[in-house]
Structure formats: C-alpha cells, structure tokens
Design a protein around this ligand. Structure first.
Ligand SMILES: Cc1cc2nc3c(=O)[nH]c(=O)nc-3n(C[C@H](O)[C@H](O)[C@H](O)COP(=O)(O)O)c2cc1C
Length: 741
C-alpha cells in the first residue's frame, strides 16, 4: 500500500514535478545571486532618512525607493519627462546601474506558478505540490522500513546504483522538498481562496496634513527611526505640493508621513495573517533568506534525478515479477503459496514451485503474504517463501502478515513449510522467515517441514528444499529454478595464466576480451577507443553460462571494464561443469557472459584504511581493488594459499603494487609448507596491528570460501574484543563486507 502510494503519484506527477523543481531551483538560487551582488549595510548603519536624503540629492525627480527582500535598492524617477529606474548604492544613494526586471526570470516564475497555462496550470501546480508532500512522507516511511527503523535512518544504503542514488538523494533532500511541497501547496490554496492570502486593511488615507513648510528629509523623525533593512517601499510626495505626504511601508506596517512634522499621519501595523503569509512565502522562495534559497534550490535539483531513478526502479521491479499462470482461487486450491518479497526475486522461486506443484496435479494458489486469509477451505498445505529486509524485518509484500496472523483465532490444521530467502552477510540472516516460523508454531500451526533458508538465491539449495518437499508430499518434485536468462555478451579468451598444478589445485587467471571486430566496425571501435566489453567494476560478478546449461555460475571480477579485459580467477573443481569448461577453453574460445553488479562489495572512499582478506581464488576482486588504488589509500592484504612455489596467485603483480605503494602490506600464509599457516593465523599473529587499524575505522573486505570466512570471523572477534565490538557490529556499520561462496 505504502509502495503504491509512493510509486503511483510519483509516476503521474513526475513530469510536472520535474518542471516545477527545475524552475523552482532557478528561482531559489536567485536570492543568493542577488544577495551576492547587493551591498547590504549592517542593521543600525543607515536609516531610511539618510538614504531618502542622498537619493533626493542625486535624483531630483525621485518618486519611489523599493527594497527587494534580498537587499537590492531600486529608485524610480522622472528626468526631463522620461521615467527611469536605477539600482543604487545604499550608502551613497548613487546609481550602480540602470534597473530592468529580467524577462527570463518573469517567464520562469510564470512557468513555475502556472506552467504558462493560467488557472488550469495553477491547479496542476497545486496538485503537484500535494503529490510532492505525499511522495516525501511515503518515501521517508519506506526508507525507514528498508533501513530497519527510524533510528537507522542514517545507515549506509545498499542496492543498485539507481536505488542508492534515489535513496541517498531522497534522504539528503527530504526536509527541503517537504518544506517546498507544504509551502507550495499553501500558496496554491491561497490563489484559489482556500487559505488566507494575507491581504489586510490599508492604512487610512489622511484627510488633513499639517500644511507647514516641508522639513529637510534627513530630519524627519519617523524616517530617522526606520532602519534601512526594514524598508520595503518609500514614496516621495509630489514636489512643491504641501498637501501631499510620504508613504512608507516597512516589515512591520505601513502608513503616511507628514512632510513638515515627519510624524505618522496614519499607520497600520501588519496583522497576523499577513505575517503568516509573508513567512510562508519567504520559506517557499527563500527571498530574504538566501541560504534557505540555496538549500531549497539544491533539494529541488534532486527531483529530476529521483524521478528518473524512481521510474527505473519501478520498471525493473515490474519487469522482474513473473506472471503466475493457472493460479487457482484461494478456496479452491489444495496448496497455497504465500510470498514475501521486496525485489521480486522470491516470486521467481515461488513461480517455479507453483508450476512444479501444478504439473504434479495440484491446484495451487499463489499470493502475497499480505493476503493471508483466515481460512483456505480445501487447502492441505501452506508454503511461505519470504525474503528479509532491514534488520530482520518484513519485505513489502509481507508487512501486514503478522497482524493478519494475530487476528486468526482458530488455528487451522494446515501444515506449513517456511522457506527463508536472505543473505548471510546480514546479521539477521533470514530473520523475518525465522520470526514467521516462530509465530506460526507459537500459535500451534503444524509444520510440514522445519524452516529452511536460501542464501543469495542459491538454485542448488532450492532444489535440495524441493526434494524435501517432494518427500513430504510423496511425489517427486524437481525444483529447478532458472532465473530468467539474462542478455549475454560473447567474450573470447585472450590470455590464461596457470597456477596450482603442483598442489592439486589447478587454478587459472583468465582474461577475456570482446571477440575481434572486422572491417569498418573494428576501425570505428578503435577510433572510439571502445573495448566492446559491458561496463563493470572490480568486485562485480560475471555470470557465465556453460554449454548445455541454463544455470549461470558466478565469478568475482578481478578487473574493471576500463582495464580493457574481463579477468577472473577460477579453480578447477573435479566435477565442476563450468570450471572444467573454462579450464579447457583454448585461447580464442568464447563464453556467454553477463554482468551482475555487486555494489556492496567495494572499498569505500575516505581516509580509513582497507583490510583485504582472502584465500585461494578469493584474491581475484582484492587484486582488482589494489590495481585501481591509484591514490595510494592504505590497503593491507591477508591472503592464504597452499605453496608459494605453485599457487602464489598474482605474486609478480602484488610485489609490483608493493613497490609503487598501491599495496601497503602483503601478508601471505601457506598451508602446504613446513611453517604451515592459514590466513586466520596471520590475522591472529598481527592482532595488535589489526586492532589499531579497525579502531581507526578500517573497512574489511573478505572474499573466498565459507569455511575460511567463518574462521576469519572467529579470529577477528578475538582480536577486536578489547575494543568492545565484534564482527556483527562491524557488519551492521557496513564496515565488514563478504563475497563468500
Ligand atoms: C536493503 C536490504 C536489506 C536486506 N536485509 C537482509 C537481512 O536483514 N537479512 C537477510 O537474510 N537478508 C537481507 N537482505 C537480502 C534479501 O533478503 C535477499 O536478497 C532476498 O533474496 C531478496 O528477495 P526479494 O528480491 O524477493 O525481495 C537484504 C537485502 C537488501 C537489498
């Protein structure tokens, strides 16, 4: 519901919001620009009397002085029968330059207020301002839910580039956009008479003046007592007309002043509605508050980026949710599948289960977890497939599940199997699935199968769970989940470096390039310096589809596309389909590959040191990070192999990086030599040094097998215990990232 409330107005209002935001940004920056050009005396330095006097001397035909909220002073005058206007210096009253209002800013203002369409345009602008309020509030609620609560609102944001851009910008611009939306909606309401416009009673027009000889301007008491910074407008009396008077408007009120006595003839202070209107106008435009104008302008500039990234996120989500065919009604089904998903990948698994059960002759109903019914009339089993978000929280399509469950008073005799989808890198791995199973068992629901979990959408783990489901149902259930085949690129093997033959761990560093183009295409590519490779960074993943398989195998990338090669490090597994294929691939042979971004596994920018830890082929992305460490950021590498004579991967490159200071320290451990050691032993041996680095805010990136990763966590927990923290804390702070397989 919240997501719909965010995406629907967002998509509809996007275009108008972009126009209003860009024009609003231009207008918001103008007070700061105007202020930078205006000379503004400090309070108490210049009185209106002094200014009016100097102006009258330089402009014998002066009619009016106006002060804009940003402090620019404009004098309107007649000279030799012609009218004119000049920008003037507040201290000398002399002309700085002729004044002509900018027709561009008038056009921008009209576009902003009414889209150049008068009343219908004003209505659209008002509705867009309301949509902006709905979007900022619903967006903030979604962000808080995604990050695991209000207190976590400043936590680092994970996700794809468009997600991070959308969320980071939204978080930064939140208050500015909310203020613009609220004040814009109020100003719109005033144009349609729905809110007071702040129009107030005019000061009484004096019927009589003292009629004495006009006094010198700089001696008039009211003008002497009015500071220049309070001035809005001063109108001079007609020359040589003793019955005329000065008219003065300040921030506090307005009235008429006698030419001879210099006292008020009538005065009307501004009332509360006027002051409220003026304040809201100021908060919307930033006029007179140049710093607020800058904040509002910068916030508004995020809107086009957020509109585009928001539309991209919406489209990706829509495209990635598979269509469930042959979906039985909730009361007709014998098997019910409820899905908790945010990014839609769990729906893909649910569809595989749905199709397999349907093929096995079952009537299956698949729905979001939020649609949990109090009763499924013919159901014999319930499957719950759910992801976890935030800090063990519900994904979008399951946010109301627990409340609905609480409202079910009779416990249905419906056996249930919960399958959690998550990521081991999060401290609350499959936390929500665990919560669901605990709540179901506490309410007395019978279990069809105990809770099982799937780490990072592992197809193999899902097949294993499918076998267990098949056994429980007494049918053979082959759950082969193939993610929709992504668009692949053909790449040709350009170079291979062999390691590890002597220690029974054949490992290859493989470098791929786009297959050689021919004729005009080759010339064009050379001229454009295009490599023909898709775009990627070291630490991203490449999915490779081995021949005769639809299931991609993922390898961490040791290069970035700017290096001109796609480099991976692959160990041959005895029966590994893809690793055997890659090890047998001749130079010039091609693969089908696609890139899966892995933006969370990267060194962060900033001054904090980076500790890279890996074993075996886990060195791949770590070497990529070091290769790109052109700014000589402190990087400490801990790596474990078997024997330095046989499988010291990247030995030559690493020594070169130590020499040119891209690598600060290299700690290699080998397990098949006399002084055998594993990478965790090296960590323990260097414990005090590591503790110092972590205390200084170091980020830790770990890549390699799960066994190694577990040993590394336990060694590091011991090392940092004296700091009063553990690896779980570092993970929660986003300072400990794993790429583990
Ligand atoms: C912002 C964010 C927070 C996550 N939090 C957790 C978590 O706390 N525990 C967990 O096991 N997985 C967590 N995950 C991983 C997802 O649960 C996992 O990728 C899941 O397969 C996504 O399924 P979906 O695409 O259907 O939403 C998180 C993922 C993201 C993007």
């Amino acid at each position: 519901m919240l997501r719909k409330l965010h995406s629907l107005p967002g998509l509809i209002a996007a275009l108008f919001a972009i126009v209003l935001a860009v024009t609003g940004a231009i207008l918001s920056f103008s007070p700061a620009l105007e202020r930078a050009n205006a000379s503004v005396p400090a309070a108490g330095q210049v009185s209106v009397a002094e200014l009016a006097d100097t102006v009258a001397r330089h402009y014998p035909g002066a009619e009016q002085i106006k002060r804009t909220p940003s402090g620019t002073l404009i004098v309107y005058y007649t000279r030799d029968g012609d009218v004119g206007a000049d920008r003037i210096d507040p201290r000398t009253g002399q002309a700085i330059a002729p004044y002509a209002p900018s027709s561009f800013s008038r056009w921008v203002k009209n576009l902003h207020r009414s889209l150049l369409l008068d009343t219908p345009g004003r209505m659209v602008a008002g509705i867009t301002a309301l949509a902006m309020i709905v979007l900022t509030i619903s967006g903030t609620l979604l962000l808080a839910a995604r990050l695991g609560g209000w207190r976590q609102l400043l936590r680092p944001i994970r996700g794809t580039l468009s997600q991070r851009l959308h969320l980071e910008l939204g978080r930064a611009a939140l208050l500015g956009l909310l203020l613009s939306g609220l004040t814009g909606a109020y100003l719109s309401a005033t144009t349609f008479g729905l809110a007071p416009e702040g129009v107030e009673a005019e000061p009484d027009f004096p019927l009589e003046v003292s009629g004495g000889t006009p006094a010198a301007i700089d001696t008039l008491p009211v003008l002497q007592a009015t500071d220049l910074n309070d001035l809005r407008e001063l109108v001079y009396p007609y020359p040589d007309d003793p019955t005329d008077m000065y008219s003065l408007e300040t921030h506090q009120g307005a009235g008429f002043i006698d030419q001879a006595s210099g006292e008020w003839l009538s005065y009307q202070p501004h009332d509360a509605t006027h002051s409220v209107y003026a304040l809201i106008y100021q908060l919307h435009t930033g006029e007179g508050l140049w710093w607020l104008g800058l904040i509002l302008g910068l916030s508004a500039l995020t809107v086009p980026v957020m509109a585009i990234t928001g539309a991209m996120i919406w489209w990706k989500r829509r495209r990635s949710r598979p269509k469930i065919v042959a979906n039985s009604g909730a009361n007709a089904a014998d098997s019910v599948i409820l899905v908790g998903s945010e990014g839609n990948t769990t729906w893909g698994f649910a569809k595989t289960l749905h199709d397999s059960l349907t093929q096995a002759g079952h009537r299956v109903h698949t729905a979001p977890m939020n649609q949990l019914a109090s009763r499924y009339r013919h159901a014999k089993r319930l499957f719950i497939l759910t992801a976890t978000y935030g800090d063990g929280d519900a994904p979008a399509s399951a946010s109301r599940f627990l409340t609905r469950l609480d409202n079910i008073t009779d416990t249905p005799q419906l056996p249930v199997a919960v399958l959690g989808f998550g990521d081991q890198q999060f401290p609350q791995f499959c936390g929500f699935a665990k919560k669901i199973e605990a709540s179901l068992t506490a309410k007395g629901w019978p279990l069809l199968l105990p809770l099982d979990t799937i780490d990072r959408q592992s197809g193999q783990a899902f097949t294993r769970w499918g076998n267990a489901v098949g056994k429980a149902l007494g049918t053979k259930l082959a759950l082969v989940h193939t993610p929709t085949r992504p668009r692949t690129t053909a790449l040709a093997l350009a170079e291979r470096v062999d390691y590890g033959a002597g220690v029974q761990a054949p490992t290859d560093v493989l470098r791929f390039k786009a297959p050689a183009a021919s004729g005009k295409t080759a010339l064009l590519s050379r001229w454009l310096k295009r490599t023909g490779l898709p775009s990627f960074e070291a630490g991203d993943l490449v999915g490779i589809l081995p021949p005769a398989s639809q299931t991609p195998r993922f390898y961490s990338l040791a290069s970035a596309s700017t290096d001109g090669v796609l480099e991976i490090c692959v160990r041959q597994h005895p029966h590994g389909l893809c690793s055997s294929f890659l090890h047998a691939l001749p130079v010039g042979g091609t693969i089908d590959a696609f890139i899966q971004p892995n933006p969370n596994f990267r060194p962060t920018s900033g001054k904090a040191p980076v500790v890279l830890i890996g074993a075996g082929t886990g060195i791949g992305p770590l070497v990529g990070f070091i290769r790109h460490n052109k700014t000589h950021h402190p990087m400490h590498l801990y790596w474990g192999g078997r024997n330095p004579q046989s499988d010291f991967l990247y030995e030559t490159e690493l020594n070169a990086y130590l020499t040119d200071r891209r690598l600060t320290q290299l700690n290699a451990a080998f397990s098949r030599i006399d002084e055998r050691a594993y990478v965790q032993d090296k960590l323990t041996a260097n414990g005090p040094e590591l503790r110092r680095l972590i205390d200084k805010g170091a980020q830790i990136l770990v890549c390699g097998g799960r066994g190694m990763a577990t040993s590394v966590i336990s060694a590091l927990d011991d090392i940092i215990a004296p700091l009063g923290i553990d690896v779980t804390t570092l993970k929660a702070q986003g300072r400990y990232r794993e790429d583990v397989y």
